[in-house]
Design a protein around this ligand. Structure first.
Ligand code: AMP
Ligand code: ZN
Ligand code: FE
Ligand code: FE
Length: 281
């Protein structure tokens, strides 16, 4: 039995609906799937229903944008309660920041005489957690760029003229928020981060696991992070980070996490003290 614990949908910057992801998950024979849209849990209810219909176990999740020492890192939160009030308030603030950031990117483009409208981006994104990929798609749809690559290269990449930094929570706050919402905090794709030096700091802040298996991890990187997981007694996760079609094919199906790791996640949760009842809705 296998799982894919890193998937995106239209509720952030993926192109598939939750139903399409569940159907693909069924086609590839997955026993369990987790939805990890950026800074949101908006798609979890639909994904849960679609997975139930497809006979797949669904794990609620999110991918929080955080930072440590000025470096961006992504924290996966698994088994979070998607109705937890504090989670919804805090990610709501980051969603507002993302929406303001889209407006700022559009004003910068307008100053460069690129006549994109913010409403065109919001209509296309149609979710609370818009990002640069939506701006890039809107530029292509409006005929203002030939490709997504061109949009990033000319305008949206870091240090390009329409690049706007994102406000991020500290990694420590992100881990605490995931724990508060009843979840497990996992460092996403550490192989894409600038350095491993952050890992002991995150462990000190209560990190539960690291994503050893990821589309962009080489076999050597996988082995390296499996060893680090053992050294720091961290849980092991993995997923494709599928955002839709990549070079004509979906990434879902390319990373298959042994279901035993999902069982270990559940064992870790079961051994944890319940969250404070007075803070429940
Ligand atoms: P954001 O969270 O709004 O900063 O957008 C980050 C997302 O943009 C990443 O998850 C990637 O999917 C996408 N992205 C970043 N750089 C590029 C690039 N050079 N070309 C295409 N997509 C990119
Ligand atoms: Zn993404
Ligand atoms: Fe990520
Ligand atoms: Fe991701």
């Amino acid at each position: 039995m296998f799982a894919d614990l890193h998937l995106h949908t239209q509720f952030s910057d993926g192109t598939y609906t939750p139903e399409e992801v569940a159907t693909l998950g069924q086609k590839f024979g997955f026993a369990a799937l987790a939805l990890t849209d950026h800074d949101t849990v908006e798609g979890c209810a639909r994904m849960a229903a679609a997975c139930a219909a497809a006979g797949i176990e669904f794990i609620t999740g999110t991918e929080l944008t955080a930072e440590h020492d000025g470096n961006e890192l992504h924290l996966l939160g698994y088994f979070v309660d998607p109705l937890n009030p504090r989670l919804l308030v805090e990610i709501g603030q980051f969603q507002t920041v993302r929406q303001d950031r889209v407006r700022e990117m559009v004003s910068r483009l307008n100053r460069l005489n690129v006549p994109l409208q913010a409403d065109a981006v919001f209509a296309l994104a149609n979710c609370r957690s818009p990002g640069r990929p939506h701006v890039a798609r809107a530029l292509v749809n409006a005929g203002l760029c030939r490709s997504l690559d061109e949009a990033f290269e000319k305008y949206l990449k870091k240090s390009r003229p329409a690049w706007v930094p994102k406000k991020k929570m500290s990694a420590r706050e992100g881990i605490a928020l995931i724990h508060h919402a009843g979840g497990l905090a996992v460092l996403a794709h550490p192989g894409l981060n600038r350095t491993d030096e952050v890992i002991p700091h995150l462990v000190d802040a209560g990190l539960d696991g690291i994503e050893c298996f990821h589309t962009k991890h080489s076999p050597a990187a996988v082995q390296h992070y499996l060893r680090l997981a053992e050294r720091y007694r961290l849980l092991v996760t993995g997923g494709s980070d599928c955002h839709g079609l990549s070079k004509g094919k979906p990434l879902i199906g390319t990373v298959r996490l042994d279901y035993r790791h999902v069982e270990k996640l559940k064992q870790r949760l079961a051994g944890r003290k319940p969250t404070i009842p007075s803070e429940s809705p």
